[in-house]
Design a protein around this ligand. Structure first.
Ligand code: 6SG
Length: 208
């Protein structure tokens, strides 16, 4: 019996990086799916610390904020570097991933029709930052030589961008092979090929 429960909307959104981490690490978790009706009519929202999801439970311990959840899992499962410097660098990269995610979410939910062309035009520059991070680290991951929670977060954001702009990594070979390498980790691959993942829309408004 798993002690982990993820409460979230039926979308990949802010849930898929933590789901990928859990699946790749061979950890079980329970999905508690909340649809729009339950969210708007029930009392769950009022019970959430910031009135938002995802919510993550580890037995009797409850946590909110997607990045805090990723860090918690990183600490618990050895996915947070090997010393204080690596931890700080992992935090730095994860914050950079989060900034790109926020930019992406703004496009998807607020300006998809008017902003998509400019977004795709700016994308090579945005993604080149991560290409450089990988080039500067010989370990094959964003920091050190072991996967961290920031890798799962980066992979998720990159996979979303490959749906938005399928050729966006064609001129970034290091990033492209990084995505292919992570995608083919056996447990992660099984998760990414599962109906649970494939049938879950990326975003809540049908845009991708
Ligand atoms: C939305 O913004 O899914 N949480 C979202 N929205 C509902 O009432 N800083 C934190 C963090 O954890 C940000 C939390 C985040 O990192 S994520 C939330 O709680 C609220 O504010 C994006 C997402 N969108 C899907 C969605 C939620 C409500 C309307 C669209 C899916 C469709 C209908 C219900 C569920 Fe739907």
């Amino acid at each position: 019996m798993s002690s982990y429960t993820l409460t979230y909307f039926p979308v990949r959104g802010l849930g898929e990086a933590m789901r990928s981490l859990l699946a790749d690490q061979g950890l079980d978790w329970k999905e508690n799916e909340v649809n729009f009706e339950m969210w708007t009519k029930g009392d769950l929202k009022a019970s959430c610390v910031f009135g938002q999801l995802p919510k993550f439970q580890d037995g009797g311990f409850t946590l909110y904020q997607s990045n805090a959840i990723l860090r918690y899992l990183g600490r618990k499962h050895g996915l947070y570097g090997k010393n204080d410097e690596e931890k700080a660098l992992i935090d730095m990269v994860n914050d950079g991933v989060h900034d790109l995610r926020l930019k992406y979410v703004k496009l998807i939910y607020q300006e998809y029709d008017t902003g998509k062309d400019k977004y795709i035009k700016d994308l090579p520059d945005d993604l080149a930052k991560f290409e450089k991070i990988l080039l500067n680290n010989k370990g094959g991951f964003v920091v050190g030589d072991k996967i961290s929670f920031a890798d799962y977060n980066l992979l998720d954001v990159l996979r979303n961008h490959l749906v938005l702009a399928p050729t966006c990594l064609d001129k970034l070979p290091t990033l492209k092979s990084y995505v292919e390498r992570l995608n083919s980790r056996p447990k992660l691959k099984a998760f990414l090929e599962s109906d649970a993942h494939k049938n879950r829309p990326i975003n809540g408004n049908g845009k991708q």
